[in-house]
Design a protein around this ligand. Structure first.
Ligand SMILES: CC(C)(COP(=O)(O)OP(=O)(O)OC[C@H]1O[C@@H](n2cnc3c(N)ncnc32)[C@H](O)[C@@H]1OP(=O)(O)O)[C@@H](O)C(=O)NCCC(=O)NCCS
Length: 197
């Protein structure tokens, strides 16, 4: 597998491979609640920018957060083989993209990815930069999410589209009344705003 590689590149490739299986990412994350689960093999580029709240999990996935954050909020899970990308390369007339360094990009060129509470992100999903997966979203297996979702919904496909909303606004308000303290619940107005689009 490595036979045509320069020895230094070979060592780096071996190190990466070993890290995926053995690295204890927990101690390197920006924040990792004691109940959060990380199932290896994992690849995380920029673990200091990953925040995992209570009851969250991520399984056998690839996370690229060298400059921006990934926040996985309470009780949300990224299933196996997911990819999170918080950045893009930039195109500039007269330049090869690989010659453009991070410090030449505008400050908001790369963007955080936020997975809010109680989200189920299915197998082999890609979350792209700037996306917020809102509370109670299910992302169907294989989706590529390039826009933020509405709460309590199912999204699927490439690019991901809204498949359905689980409940009526009254049902969501009742659901949240049972699970979240008052200040953390969506209001009727917020929900109406999400679903009018
Ligand atoms: C989305 C999912 C949860 C099914 O949700 P559901 O509410 O039962 O939805 P349904 O099966 O009734 O499908 C609703 C629509 O979504 C479509 N759909 C279902 N899964 C889809 C997928 N992965 N990608 C694109 N569309 C999908 C269906 O074809 C259907 O479309 P139609 O109405 O045009 O026929 C399921 O298909 C899925 O992807 N699960 C992820 C499983 C997984 O990754 N598990 C990881 C281990 S935890």
């Amino acid at each position: 597998m490595f036979k045509n590689l320069h020895p230094i590149l070979m060592l780096k490739a071996l190190r990466d491979l070993t890290n995926e299986f053995y690295d204890d990412y927990r101690s390197k994350l920006g924040y990792c609640h004691e109940t959060a689960q990380i199932v290896k093999p994992m690849k995380i580029v920029g673990p200091q920018n990953v925040y995992m709240e209570e009851g969250s999990c991520v399984r056998r996935s690839k996370i690229y957060t060298p400059f921006r954050k990934l926040v996985i909020k309470k009780n949300s899970c990224l299933s196996g083989s997911c990819t999170v990308l918080t950045g893009n390369h930039m195109r500039v007339i007269g330049r090869f993209y690989r010659s453009i360094k991070q410090n030449e990009k505008a400050a908001d060129f790369d963007k955080d990815v936020i997975v809010e509470e109680d989200c189920w992100v299915g197998e082999n999903v890609t979350l792209l930069q700037g996306v917020t997966v809102r509370r109670g979203t299910t992302v169907a297996a294989g989706a590529v999410v390039n826009k933020s979702t509405v709460p309590y919904s199912v999204y699927g496909g490439v690019p991901a589209k809204l498949i359905k909303v689980y409940w009526t606004i009254d049902q969501i308000l009742e659901h949240e009344k049972q699970l979240y303290p008052e200040g953390e619940r969506y209001t009727r107005e917020q929900l109406e705003e999400f679903y009018k689009k």
